[in-house]
Design a protein. Structure first.
Length: 181
């Protein structure tokens, strides 16, 4: 097992490797031929490119969040690694089975609290991800459900050639439904 320690701490053993306090930050990253932006460095017009779906486990669980930072860590002890820092969207905490949103479940439309993100005390995936965990871009739309403003998201899946699967027609239904209350 690799043992690491801070540059300012005493080594706990003779085999412990020092972890240097250096990282290189980037505006964007390309993962599987798709460009994702860091929201901390994106212009207002490019913020949509920071919304990502992340595969957090081998069982297929996917979470949605905002990619805030993209950075590289190059350590003599462990080599070069690319990471992202994600702020996770806060899921809606009420049953939508009796709303018109239930009919969009097969399209993987999810509802989230508008302008709210999970806090440190909330159960959530790790804030730091390996960039290879990014699954897809995500589209977000403000919607109204039971007089509450929420965010609806849909994952932009890709076909075998890496092309975006056309979801325009389905997304138009989602937008129309958001106006129906």
């Amino acid at each position: 097992m690799l043992e690491l320690h801070s540059l300012i701490a005493l080594a706990p053993s003779a085999t412990s490797k020092v972890l240097l306090p250096h990282a290189h930050f980037f505006d964007h990253v390309v993962v599987n031929n798709h460009r994702y932006m860091a929201s901390s460095r994106a212009t207002q017009a490019r913020l949509a490119d920071a919304l990502i779906a992340v595969r957090i486990s081998n069982n297929g669980a996917v979470w949605v969040g905002e990619l805030q930072d993209i950075f590289l860590v190059n350590q003599p002890a462990v080599g070069v690694h690319y990471f992202g820092r994600v702020r996770w969207l806060k899921p809606v905490e009420f049953d939508i089975s009796n709303t018109l949103w239930h009919q969009f479940a097969s399209l993987h439309v999810n509802l989230w609290e508008a302008d709210k993100y999970l806090q440190d005390a909330d159960e959530q995936p790790e804030e730091i991800i390996d960039l290879d965990q990014i699954y897809s871009h995500v589209v977000r739309q403000c919607v109204s459900v039971s007089d509450r403003t929420l965010w609806a998201t849909i994952i932009l899946n890709r076909d075998a050639k890496g092309e975006i699967v056309t979801l325009t027609q389905y997304w138009q239904y989602v937008c129309l439904a958001s106006q129906l209350r």
